[in-house]
Design a protein around this ligand. Structure first.
Ligand code: ADP
Ligand code: MG
Length: 578
């Protein structure tokens, strides 16, 4: 087992590191550097989770570090708590702030998050400086005690360093393990493509809060250990500059991996020592070195080398089982009923009082000229937009206005007109994320992996499972996106122009694939421009023009309908003059 070997290696490194800390002669100066590096690295690992995995910026990690440090300082000195209780207190308070701060801003994302975290950083610095009764103000808190472990006092620095290294190894191990877990993959899905993550069934807001809070908690843990290491803390150690340093450490080492955090931290703490001989030029060379690394290794140092040795994912072995698709009950009855559905963008009526009923087990095409509201209709059905008016009933249940992940849970799966995959993950991981909706227990984890491979096999992509999805050709990416939707076992599959950009052979394969899906009783709503394809495959067609429904019926009825002919001829005429 790959995991077992990794675990043993990790355990061996842990034992060696702790043994060296206990045995090697380390002078006081080096001791301080090592304690600083190991406690900082824990906070930087928090940045790996929030920025590296979940793609959310946090420019307040020094504030969370400070909250943890003051938790230990105030807890042990003022409140007389035991060290480890105070350490837990600091980490939990940081976690609480992380939840509140993340919860209030992560819906906004992007620049707002950067601004809010900077503000939070400044507020924490102000409070630590001015709340003299509690924090002792700018004087800081001294005589912070170190812990006892039963009868073993960790008073000596080498013992305390061993403790810090132990915490660092445990955190780094957890963060590394997180990356390929369900939670970690969900974070990376949110980072790579938030819209697609929601549609694949991930509660993106919840995942972002978890990542942010976990990062804050690790910041607090690192800070708490830092306070015990130096036994004296003051507010200026946890300022905005320090948040920038923690951010730089993460980016420099490689923000996408736990090892990157350790490398970046060690480098930024050691680099000044190595460059000391440069005297007055030291800062300039130091800055230049950081810039050069970032320019030539944008993925960070570890990211740069990891590219060269990418590990193949652990795929389920043995025969690939056939994909099971839950055929919709009651074939022939409407599974989806839309009435009076509208979506206005300002004055533009992108979708205008559309009625539509899709029979269970049928392939229903939605056609119309460019800009007629087809994609917008799909966005309403998958929860990306809220309808301005109208009703959407899925299997008799009112689902209009639900969030994407709830609609996914209700059985809606989809693909996008401009393919939206999780580009830094493998084809297998992309489809595995789609399968997260199915089952929940421990036993289900293995069957989800098998299901993901089965879905890839169904679209003919099983052989490409271990390949990074961004390196696949366009046509294959389309198939992987369909497999991702199928892995969730949808009751209604929405396909937005699946044939766009495909060559003739690929189109024929697509038709065969759609036929097989219909054979399994899957209900499909298909947006498509290729009329041949539409005619070959659809049971029913609805035509939109300028957001309004202008025709609805069997292919034979609809394609000869005078309004439809006019709408399409109109488009051709426009195209000629455009
Ligand atoms: P299509 O039928 O080609 O898929 P769309 O549904 O994408 O058409 O677009 C319908 C109309 O709505 C177009 O005029 C488009 O410009 C407009 N539209 C789509 N999304 C938005 C948006 N988010 N904001 C403003 N206008 C939009
Ligand atoms: Mg479209």
């Amino acid at each position: 087992m790959k995991n077992a070997a990794g675990f043993l290696l990790w355990l061996l490194a842990l034992v060696i590191a702790v043994a060296f800390a206990l045995i090697l002669p380390i002078n006081g100066y080096l001791m301080n550097l090592l304690m600083q590096a190991s406690t900082y690295a824990i906070a930087v690992l928090g940045m790996t989770v929030v920025l590296g995995y979940a793609g959310q910026i946090n420019i307040a990690q020094a504030a969370f570090f400070g909250i943890g440090a003051y938790g230990v300082a105030i807890g042990t000195t003022t409140l007389g708590m035991a060290f480890f209780a105070a350490l837990a207190l600091g980490a939990v308070v940081a976690l609480g702030f992380g939840i509140v701060l993340g919860g209030s801003t992560l819906k906004l994302g992007g620049h707002y998050l950067a601004m809010v975290t900077i503000s939070f950083q400044e507020i924490v610095t102000l409070v630590l400086t001015n709340w003299i009764g509690v924090s002792h103000g700018p004087d800081g808190i001294s005589n912070i005690p170190r812990p006892h472990l039963g009868f073993l006092a960790l008073d000596q620095s080498r013992h305390y360093l061993a403790l810090c290294l132990f915490f660092l190894f445990v955190t780094a191990g957890l963060v590394a393990w997180l990356k390929s877990s369900r939670l970690g993959l969900s974070m990376q899905a949110v980072r790579d493509n938030e819209l697609a993550a929601g549609v694949a069934g991930i509660d993106t807001y919840r995942i972002k809060i978890i990542a942010f809070a976990a990062s804050a908690c690790l910041g607090g843990l690192g800070g708490g250990l830092f306070a015990g290491a130096f036994r004296y803390i003051s507010p200026d150690q946890f300022a905005f500059d320090d948040s920038v340093v923690l951010l730089t450490m993460a980016l420099l080492g490689g923000v996408d991996a736990a090892i990157g955090a350790v490398i970046g931290t060690a480098l930024l703490i050691l680099l000044p020592e190595w460059l000391r001989f440069l005297k007055q030029f030291y800062l300039a060379v130091y800055g230049l070195a950081v810039i050069l690394i970032m320019v030539f290794m944008p993925q960070g140092i570890f990211g740069y080398f990891a590219r060269l040795f990418r590990r193949a994912p652990d795929l389920p072995r043995g025969e690939v089982a056939p994909l099971t698709l839950g055929a919709s009950a009651g074939t022939g009855r409407p599974i989806l009923e839309i009435s009076g559905l509208s979506k206005h963008f300002g004055g533009l009526r992108a979708v205008d009082e559309v009625d539509l009923a899709i029979e269970s087990g049928s392939v229903h095409a939605l056609i119309g000229p460019n800009g007629s509201g087809k994609t917008t209709t799909l966005n309403l059905l998958s929860g990306i937009y809220r309808p301005t008016a109208g009703r959407i009933r899925l299997g008799g249940r009112d689902v209009a206005g639900l969030a994407p992940h709830l609609l996914a849970a209700a059985g809606i799966g989809r693909t996008f007109q401009n393919i939206r995959l999780f580009h830094s993950l493998t084809a297998f991981e992309n489809v595995l994320i789609g399968s997260f909706r199915v089952g929940s227990g421990e036993h289900d984890a293995q069957s989800r992996r098998e299901r993901a491979l089965a879905a890839l096999d169904f679209v003919g992509m099983a052989a490409r499972a271990p390949v990074l999805v961004s390196s696949l050709p366009y046509g294959h990416q389309r198939l992987v996106e369909i497999a991702r939707a199928l892995a969730a076992n949808p009751t209604l599959l929405l396909l937005d122009e699946p044939a766009a950009g495909l060559n003739l052979t690929e189109k024929q394969n697509l038709v065969a694939l759609l036929r097989r899906l219909r054979g399994h009783g899957l209900t499909i709503l298909l947006i498509e421009h290729d009329m041949d394809l539409v005619e070959q495959i659809s049971d029913r067609i609805t035509v939109l023009n300028f957001g309004r429904r202008i025709a609805d019926g069997t292919p034979a009825e609809v394609l000869r309908h005078p309004d439809v002919v006019a709408a399409y001829l109109g488009e051709v005429a426009e195209d000629v003059t455009a």
